[in-house]
Structure formats: structure tokens, C-alpha cells
Ligand binder design. Structure first.
Ligand SMILES: [Zn+2]
Length: 290
């Protein structure tokens, strides 16, 4: 069964917030979130097609724009009858998640990391062929319970973007969970303290605390350096991007709608991303076999 009524309610609230924030749809709210996600796939595909001349082969040795899909997962756990439409639109069952991970390998894709992408863009360090980056948002405890063992099974590395206020609270990852995942080769990224709309914060000190304070807390608690940041709801502007760079991050994952997956030095602090399709059919359409 789901964690608790309180945690479920919280999850639903944030799930709705994620959908509302990410998709910024002009459509009516009664339209299925799933449809909006499919629209997002279309946008992503269109964006990717504009970079058709960019080679992602393993011979790439210079820093040029490159199309690297950055997949975003939120909830990986069995579905519950009480799940809201918003949660369903973002949730993967363990079976579907496992199938997507297996498919990526079978279809000729190679899981890489933000660090490898940064190294490619800054130094020309080659990436594997058909690279894909896996990321998880918000630090739900189900990610540890269900997704982490599957990632280990396939020897994949993923980055977990956590916001620090709920760490250790019911329904969320604990610091020990994070330590366990770090030991297994996973990467921890920052997702602010309280998951606000950063672009709506006027107080510079508050903004800096959300961007830098959370980074310092994770680094101090876990004894690591946090190099990547994910903007809550994917939303950023010139101010937030500049502060993220000033705080010492090497890259940041941004909007879900703009040219998702195309990376360059100029976009390192606003990397486009893609919400992972929640059905294997949609997933296979987005990632054709090589
Ligand atoms: Zn989030």
C-alpha cells in the first residue's frame, strides 16, 4: 500500500504542481495529462530533428552541439486505484520502468551521465554512441525501493535530484538512502530546498538560499561535491541561471519543452529534458532501435 494518507496527499499535490508547472499548457485542465505528455514528445522530436546533422557517434572528439536525451522520472512504484490523473501521468510501475531500461540497452542506447556530457562539451571527451542520461526528481522514497534496484540490475548510473527540506520525512528518501545510492555509483543532484518556482522569488537572499544553501547542505551531509542542478518545474530565467553558475554548479537541467536534449556549452545551465514516457509503446516510439 502507499506510504500514508499524508504522504499520498503531499505526493498528489506536488504531482499536480509538477504537471501544471512543467507543461504550462494552454489547453483546458480537463484534457488528459497523458495527451500533454505526448505533445511534449512531439515537440521534443521536432527539436531533435533540427539537429539531424549532429553526430552522436563515439568518434565525437570536439565540443559541438549534441543531442543527448535527458530522461526525467518522478514516481516509480506500483499504481494504486486512488492515484490521481496527474500522478498517473508521471508514474511508472516497476514493470514498465524495468522494461524501458532493458529496452534502451537492447535497442543500442548507452546510459551516460551529466558529468560525461559536461566533459564532452568542455574538453571533447568522447561520449558513447547513442547516449541517454537518466534522472530522477524530487527524492521520493519509492525511487529507492523500486527504481534503484532495477538501475543496479542493468548497471546504469542515474542522477537523483533531491530538494532538501523533505529529506528523511515520510515518503521521501533519507540521507542513508542517498549514501547507499552514492556507494552504488548513483549521482546526487540539487533541486533546491523547498521546490519553489524560482522565477517568482524576488528576494535575492531567498533565491540564493534555495540554489546555494541546498547545495551546501547536501555536500556537507554527504561529503560530496554537487555539480548539477535541476530547476523546479524546469523553469528558469537569466537571474536564476546566473546564480546557479555562480554557486559552482557545472550544469543545470531546465525546461521540458524547449529543444529537449540538445546540449551545447551555451545551454549547459539550461539543458532541455524529456519526461519519460509512461508506456513502453510511447517509449519505443521515442527511442527507435539502432
Ligand atoms: Zn521537482
Amino acid at each position: 500500500m502507499p506510504p500514508s494518507a499524508r504522504a499520498s496527499a503531499l505526493l498528489a499535490v506536488i504531482g499536480v504542481a509538477i504537471v501544471g508547472g512543467v507543461f504550462l499548457s494552454t489547453r483546458n485542465g480537463d484534457e488528459a495529462a497523458e495527451v500533454r505528455i505526448q505533445n511534449t514528445q512531439s515537440l521534443f522530436t521536432e527539436a531533435s530533428s533540427t539537429t539531424a546533422g549532429v553526430d552522436t557517434a563515439d568518434t565525437a572528439t570536439s565540443s559541438v552541439d549534441i543531442s543527448v536525451p535527458i530522461l526525467v522520472y518522478h514516481i516509480v512504484r506500483p499504481s494504486y486505484p486512488s492515484d490521481s490523473r496527474a500522478v498517473r501521468a508521471l508514474a511508472h510501475t516497476p514493470q514498465v520502468f524495468d522494461a524501458e531500461m532493458k529496452y534502451l540497452g537492447d535497442a543500442g542506447y548507452h546510459i551516460t551521465t551529466f558529468a560525461a556530457l559536461e566533459s564532452y562539451l568542455e574538453h571533447g571527451t568522447p561520449l558513447p554512441s547513442n547516449p541517454v542520461i537518466l534522472s530522477f526528481d524530487d527524492g521520493w522514497s519509492d525511487q529507492f525501493t523500486y527504481a534503484f534496484p532495477i538501475l543496479e540490475k542493468y548497471h546504469y548510473t542515474a542522477e537523483f535530484f533531491v530538494f532538501t527540506n523533505p529529506i528523511g520525512h515520510r515518503g521521501f528518501l533519507t540521507w542513508d538512502n542517498l549514501r547507499t545510492m552514492l556507494k552504488a555509483g548513483m549521482v546526487i543532484g540539487d533541486h533546491t530546498r523547498s521546490h519553489p518556482f524560482l522565477t517568482k522569488i524576488a528576494d535575492p537572499a531567498q533565491l540564493w538560499n534555495e540554489i546555494d544553501g541546498s547545495k551546501l547542505l547536501i555536500e556537507k551531509t554527504l561529503g560530496i561535491t554537487v555539480n548539477e542542478f535541476a530547476y523546479p518545474f524546469g523553469q528558469h530565467n537569466a537571474t536564476t541561471t546566473a546564480l546557479v553558475e555562480k554557486a559552482g554548479y557545472k550544469a543545470a537541467r531546465g525546461d521540458y519543452l524547449k529543444r529537449g536534449g540538445t546540449a551545447s556549452l551555451a545551454t549547459l545551465y539550461a539543458l532541455g529534458a524529456l519526461n519519460a514516457p509512461t508506456t513502453t509503446t510511447a517509449f519505443m516510439l521515442r527511442f527507435p532501435r539502432h
